[in-house]
Design a binder for this molecule. Structure first.
Ligand code: PEP
Length: 245
């Protein structure tokens, strides 16, 4: 489905370039699109005050789990919150890999995000090797089980799970519909077992990994996902416009 579209600008775009981006983009979303989230660099989160509305929200790409303290170079939930930012990407595979983020650390970050009334977008997904070894279910179960440890069922409305197979993120290799559908059903099963069948049915799942204007229509046909998370293709305003409109 095409209910939620989340962009991830990663470490791209200066504040000036984002001004240009928003002056170039025309957001004429169709009725199916309910939420469009721009996960921009921290330095541009202030745009939330200008552009947020019922459809458009801004999101941070990460944050620290502690409220404040001696964590040089880090960003706290309060700092993000001050701009009215209501979404935060947590556990992105690039952060797991490049910054050694563990499931335990991600779990703490999720708890902090929820405490601040934010929606946490928990990114999960297997490597190619894990997929070839049929370990996808185990990987997802560990990432979700530990990531959502001590998170209560009534808090799940503020959690989105982004299924992002690592072999598809930034590689140009998009997962096939049957694989996305299968993984999203596994995620729902994990949530159903952990909480309840209702929780599994109501969970919002998005797919991320090399989505672009050419393959998005095919992906939007998948009924077990609510939308997509887009990195590279969200950086070009005209390309992104084709995806959302
Ligand atoms: C991402 O950064 O989460 C992502 C899905 O990137 P890309 O669309 O470039 O694969």
């Amino acid at each position: 489905m095409k209910e939620i579209v989340i962009s991830n600008f990663k470490m791209n775009m200066t504040d000036g370039q984002i001004v240009e981006y928003f002056s170039n983009i025309s957001i004429k979303a169709d009725k199916t699109l309910k939420k469009l989230v721009f996960c921009v660099p921290f330095t541009s989160l202030h745009f939330a005050e200008k552009y947020q509305n019922d459809l458009i929200s801004f999101g941070a790409q990460n944050m620290h789990e502690e409220e404040f303290g001696s964590y040089t170079g880090e960003i706290s939930a309060n700092m993000i919150d001050e701009f009215g930012v209501k979404y935060v990407l947590l556990g992105h595979s690039e952060r797991r890999k490049n910054f050694n983020e563990t499931n335990e650390k991600i779990n703490k970050k999720i708890k902090t995000a929820l405490k601040h009334g934010m929606t946490a977008i928990l990114c999960v997904g297997e490597t190619l090797q894990q997929r070839k070894r049929n370990q996808t279910y185990e990987v997802l179960r560990l990432q979700i089980g530990s990531g959502l440890d001590e998170i209560y069922e009534n808090e799940l409305s503020n959690i989105i799970i982004a299924y992002e197979p690592i072999w598809a993120v930034g590689t140009g290799k998009v997962a096939e519909n049957k694989d996305i559908e299968e993984a999203s059903l596994l995620i729902k099963k994990i949530i159903s077992e952990h909480y309840s069948v209702n929780a599994g049915n109501n969970l919002k799942i998005v797919y991320g990994g090399s989505v672009n204007s050419k393959n998005c229509k095919q992906i939007f046909k998948i009924k077990t996902i609510s939308g997509v998370l887009i990195g590279g293709a969200s950086l070009d305003s005209k390309e992104f416009e084709k995806i959302i409109c």
